[in-house]
Design a protein around this ligand. Structure first.
Ligand code: NAD
Length: 342
């Protein structure tokens, strides 16, 4: 039987096993979403401490209650492991490992590469391997594929390699993994059908033509936020000089029922990935001899905001010197902000 047929058969008879690599903010809720559908999940993490924590029913995350994890373990459908060989039992492997920037502000794909090396050391024909981590266009085909094929198995023939970015928003009470539509792109029909089928189990799927278009889609979502927040931060500074309240302006502007989405000024950009991901595109653009001027400009504005805010607080404080208690409170807030958003 062809790889795809076997895979789809396992999904339809409920015998599929999903392997999740990286059991952090993205991987754990993803595992939970599959467990809820009655799917068996093997969670693999390089951290033995994290594995032991999860297997003893502790989430280790403020926004995920322990009883959700203990429920997963007690169901018998979920177990965490630090032994990569256990991933050979999985039909689909979904990867959610970190993709930070290195000290030179360049993409650090070492976690993704290490994961591919691990998978290549425990190959199993017939698997679907999907990266969920945010990354630049071309990662699936140019970075992952060569490493995975060192196993001797060929992508698109012996195993399938689509891409589907995570859109998790930890702690958001309105959305969770299974209510956020999932964009999927693959470089062949079998990979496409298998990926759609495995994600259809937990969420609404949106199909895109190939892996690099899907990688680009995720970056566009986050760059959109990065640039719009920078624009509104700039407007805040300008309106402040004119004694105009930006918050009142935004509240009024957002009553327009089309063509406007509200973004708000502040020291942060709403999520730790937003300040990282745009530079993944900058890196890849440079490889094509292109620059990402909006991203750099937005970066200057956004990264300067904490400093501006602390400066304003200190100015306010000096005005209140005659009220030492109020001044001390403002100083404490300023220092806390500086620490948090440095
Ligand atoms: N956290 C979010 O809100 C969010 C939202 C959307 C997308 N993302 C993206 O998802 C990816 C994962 O982010 P996260 O927030 O879940 O990270 P995280 O740091 O919370 O979790 C990553 C986990 O991967 C494990 N890990 C690291 N290297 C490994 C390896 N070689 N093999 C197995 N496990 C390994 C770590 O021990 C950790 O438990 C990133 O690309 C991030 O940009 C995150």
């Amino acid at each position: 039987m062809a790889i795809k047929d076997t895979f789809l058969q396992r999904i339809s008879d409920g015998s599929i096993t999903v392997g999740i690599v990286g059991l952090g903010y993205v991987g754990l809720p993803l595992a939970e979403a599959y467990v809820r559908t009655g799917t068996k999940v093997i969670g693999y993490d390089i951290s033995e401490e994290r594995v032991a924590q999860l297997n003893s029913g502790l989430s280790g995350m403020r926004h995920i209650a322990d009883d959700r994890v203990s429920g997963m373990v007690e169901s018998g459908l979920f177990r965490a492991t630090a032994n990569p060989a256990d991933l050979q039992d999985a039909d689909a492997i979904l990867i959610a490992v970190p993709t930070p920037l290195d000290v030179h502000h360049q993409p650090d794909l070492s976690y993704v590469e290490a994961t591919c090396e691990t998978l290549a050391s425990v190959p199993r024909p017939g698997q679907l391997v999907v990266l969920e981590s945010t990354t630049y266009p071309g990662t699936t085909q140019e970075v992952m594929r060569p490493i995975l094929e060192r196993s001797g198995l060929k992508a698109g023939e012996d195993f399938m390699l689509p891409y589907s970015p995570e859109r998790e928003d930890p702690g958001n009470p309105h959305f969770e993994t299974s209510t956020i539509p999932k964009v999927i792109g693959a470089d062949g029909p079998a990979a496409r059908d298998m990926a759609k089928a495995v994600y259809d189990l937990i969420v609404t799927t949106v199909m895109v033509s190939d892996s690099k278009t899907t990688e680009a889609t995720k970056l566009v979502e986050n760059i959109y936020r990065w640039i719009n927040i920078a624009a509104v931060n700039e407007m805040k500074v300008i309106f402040e000089a004119m004694d105009i309240d930006i918050w009142e302006v935004i509240d009024a502007a957002k009553t327009k029922p089309f063509g406007f989405q509200a973004f708000y000024p502040g020291p942060g950009v709403g999520g730790h990935c937003i300040r990282i991901d745009p530079y993944y595109l900058s890196y890849k653009a440079r490889k094509h001899g292109l620059s990402t001027q909006f991203i750099e400009l937005a970066g200057n504005m956004n990264t300067n905001m904490p400093r501006r805010i602390v400066q304003r607080l200190l100015e306010e404080m000096s005005l209140k010197l005659r009220k030492p208690l109020a001044g001390a409170k403002i100083l404490l807030v300023g220092l806390a902000l500086q620490g948090r958003y440095r």
